[in-house]
Ligand binder design. Structure first.
Ligand SMILES: NC(=O)c1ccc[n+]([C@@H]2O[C@H](COP(=O)([O-])OP(=O)(O)OC[C@H]3O[C@@H](n4cnc5c(N)ncnc54)[C@H](O)[C@@H]3O)[C@@H](O)[C@H]2O)c1
Length: 352
């Protein structure tokens, strides 16, 4: 062996891949992959925007049989894109095949509300979907699989998933409110004629719905004189407590009016931000908003999936503690809590 140094190096590399710069691929499940958020998200994942530019990926794409042909079209496009990080693609309508061995699950698939449908009818379809998908993930996913639910009603779908996959740690099940968070950064930046990267620490509290509370009381902007409070620099409490909140809450509807389709690019980008920051960490002194299982912080009922400010380190999120909550904020947070409790009991009534 001593006379074949190159062979020795190659063999060593085979057994110590990480040190040689080649990470093992992570298996990423995307449900509802033939839909419009899926179409925007999949190339972002495959180009390393979610898990980093040196992280190889094996994509597991799931959709329902009526979307199988479109799903196969997405797979064909992935072949055509010749993406260096993409080490394999499974396109399937089989839930077990889709969930087997996955390290990360991005849940876009769900039943949309159609005109004339009762809320309970839509909830009941989504409860059935998330109950089945929870069982499949519990039985087939990799240990410590991390889950992001995007499909609406996102908080309650995540709650059902958590209830029916009890062996997946509750800390691993989250829902997307990062789009609302990014929208708040964007609106503050536009108002101040600054860049969104110069604004930080907005918070989305509560449900990903029109009761969400976008809170700027702790947000800051970077100015030439250092960090300043957003409230101080905007100096317009009426706008901040009124129109600003409405803009963020109604932004999804405004996109539908303009595009005749719901947000896809920004939702996909926010899903990448959510997973990226969760796994790779948030910068020191900066937090982001994530829908996570409440531990009772800020008086939110334990077990509810509620959007909080979180900081992330070494693949774990933790709720930012000790923020002062004024009466205005408290009443908005409670309104969203009440809506989530009501959604929870509606979801449970669909189980019986
Ligand atoms: N949380 C957020 O910020 C946010 C933002 C944007 C969109 N959304 C939600 O994300 C979801 C996806 O949005 P979209 O615009 O891509 O919708 P879409 O209708 O274009 O795509 C949804 C896809 O899910 C598939 N699907 C339905 N039931 C399924 C099941 N049981 N298993 C697997 N796949 C299934 C459909 O066939 C379809 O391809 C919607 O629920 C939407 O409301 C949430």
């Amino acid at each position: 062996m001593a006379s074949f140094p190159l062979l020795q190096v190659l063999l060593k590399c085979r057994f110590t891949r990480k040190r040689c710069g080649t990470k093992q691929p992570l298996k990423v499940l995307v449900t509802g992959a033939a839909g419009q958020v899926g179409y925007a998200l999949i190339p972002m994942i495959a180009r390393g925007l979610m898990l980093g530019p040196d992280q190889p990926i094996i994509l597991h794409m799931l959709d329902i049989p009526s979307a199988a042909e479109a799903l196969n079209g997405v797979k064909m496009e992935l072949v055509d894109a010749a993406l260096p990080l993409l080490k394999g693609v499974i396109a399937t309508t089989d839930l077990v095949e889709a969930c087997t061995g996955v390290n990360i699950a991005i849940m876009l698939g769900g039943f949309p509300r159609k005109e004339g449908m009762e809320r309970k009818e839509v909830m009941s379809k989504n409860v059935a979907i998330y109950k089945d998908q929870a069982s499949a993930l519990e039985q087939c996913a990799a240990k410590n699989c991390k889950v992001l639910v995007v499909a609406n009603p996102a908080n309650t779908n995540a709650l059902i998933l958590k209830e029916f996959a009890p062996s997946i740690p509750a800390k691993n099940i989250t829902c997307l409110t990062r789009l609302d968070h990014n929208r708040a950064l964007g609106q503050i930046a536009e108002r101040l004629n600054m860049h969104a990267s110069e604004v930080k620490n907005v918070i989305i509290w509560g449900n990903h719905s029109s009761t969400q509370y976008p809170d700027i009381n702790h947000a800051t902007v970077i100015t030439q004189e250092g960090e300043k409070s957003v409230r101080e620099i905007i100096a317009n409490d009426k706008w901040l407590s009124g129109e600003f909140i409405t803009i963020i809450r109604q932004r999804g509807a405004a996109i539908i009016r303009a595009r005749k389709l719901s947000s896809a690019l920004s939702a996909a980008s926010a899903a990448c931000d959510h997973m990226h920051d969760w796994l790779l960490g948030t910068p020191k002194g900066t937090w982001v908003s994530m829908g996570v299982c409440s531990d009772g912080s800020y008086g939110i009922p334990p077990g509810l999936i509620y959007s909080f400010p979180v900081s992330c380190e070494k693949g774990e999120w933790s709720i930012v503690q000790g923020l002062k909550i004024d009466d205005f904020s408290r009443s908005k947070m409670e309104a969203s809590t009440n809506e989530l409790l009501e959604e929870k009991s509606l979801a449970y009534s669909c189980l019986s």
